[in-house]
Write a protein that binds this ligand. Sequence first.
Ligand code: GRF
Length: 220
Amino acid sequence: MGSNRLKLGVLVSGRGSNLQAIIDAIERGDLEAIIALVVSDKKEAFALERARKHGIEALFIDPKAYESREEHERAVGDELEKRGVGLICLAGYMRILSEYFVNRFRWRIINIHPALLPSFPGLHGQKQALDYGVKISGCTVHFVDEKTDHGPIIIQAAVPVLEGDDEDTLAARILEYEHKIYPRAIQLFAQGRLEIEGRRVKVKRAPIHTWAVANPPLEG
Ligand code: GRF
């Protein structure tokens, strides 16, 4: 059944709650994809444990074992390609990808960022929002291009900033929405419904064949 499903490669560096949300969505049947491989650049990343617990192959690929950033990326890319990965999901991956990697997997890499881009790119998006004093922040799933937190936007969720918030409470509120929109964005990709036109990502209706299978014509 699963063999023609989209294969995901998930790149992580830390606790892996977004990875967990993707795993859960697949197990619930809300996301028609398979996680073929999880790669971490940090040996101690809890995300690796989460993956293995669900029988998902998980590799630590040590950047320090390579001469350059590009060589490390080449090794990561080769492992992903070997497993037929069709979409790479960055989920708390703390490395900036080079042009080499972005070009190799052009429009097949997506990322989740904890702010409403183009506001507050880079590290600590939640703290940046809080310090700036915005009343609404949120999260963004976007395609990855050469610039950090910059590519065409697939889905965003708006999340209010409340009076008593500190970085942790705001981050936790945003995280709940990250866990909702990331699997949803991946599902749209898996269904072939995303079309990039310049900076805009159009979400096409479900392809006819999907509809026809789900709703076969009535007899007679
Ligand atoms: C999330 O806030 C995500 O938006 C950002 O890094 C964090 C990763 O958290 N890119 P987790 O490892 O998925 O729990």
